[in-house]
Design a protein around this ligand. Structure first.
Ligand SMILES: [Zn+2]
Length: 217
């Protein structure tokens, strides 16, 4: 059966051209809707703002933690010193971590000496793996390593799309430097002060202060 015959069978009293036009309009409207509803990887810029000298923030999207785009809902960033770079949180997926790393590399070739995680929530830590080959120190609250260990299976199950189909436990990376009290990190002409809290947004929150510009994360 030809499409025109099929259309006439359904709508025997309507003009064929009008029906085809309406179907075409409908298809175009649906296409436009779908394009706006599904984020396009290729068209999306990885936003970045220099909020203070050599202090950069990527602002996460407003999205459900269970929906499309949940891997980029946290505000993350980095600070560039004379000697090296400190990353502060890495996003909710390895892909988001890679976008952050690629963005850093457009700005500076200095080594990434620290990846600091402010707390255990997935949207701040699952991008850590993207920085592994840079060989940084991973830094977190004294209780962060244990919190990641407790949640590792949950992350692998609940956020398997964010970690990739072949993800394994070792892809969820915890800290090798644990912060128990107010601690200073040197980036060269740039000092960060890290202050741990026992109960705050989580049970392992760490505030990062850029001493030079007084910005806090
Ligand atoms: Zn959180």
């Amino acid at each position: 059966m030809l499409i025109s015959e099929y259309v006439f069978e359904i709508y025997p009293n309507k003009n064929l051209m009008t029906i085809i036009k309406n179907i075409t309009y409908f298809a175009l409207i649906m296409l436009a809707f779908l394009r706006s509803a599904i984020p396009s990887e290729t068209n999306q810029e990885f936003n970045l703002t220099e909020i203070a000298k050599n202090n950069y923030v990527h602002t996460g999207n407003h999205a459900s933690i269970e929906g499309i785009g949940n891997d980029d809902i946290a505000n993350i960033g980095f600070i560039v010193g004379n000697n090296c770079v400190a990353v502060i949180d890495t996003g909710g997926s390895i892909k988001t971590g890679e976008k952050l790393k690629n963005t850093i590399r457009k700005i500076t070739k200095k080594p990434i000496c620290y990846v600091i995680n402010t707390h255990v929530h997935f949207d701040h830590i699952l991008g850590n793996k993207a920085f592994l080959e840079e060989n940084p120190n991973f830094v977190g609250h004294k209780d962060l390593a244990e919190a990641i260990n407790r949640n590792r299976d949950f992350f692998l199950t609940q956020f398997k799309n964010n970690l990739g189909p072949k993800a394994k436990a070792s892809d969820v990376i915890g800290p090798n430097i644990l912060i128990e009290e107010s601690t200073r990190l040197e980036l060269g002409g740039r000092t960060l002060t890290l202050i741990p809290f026992s109960i705050s947004h989580s049970y392992n929150d760490l505030i990062v202060i850029d001493n030079k510009t007084k910005t806090k994360t």
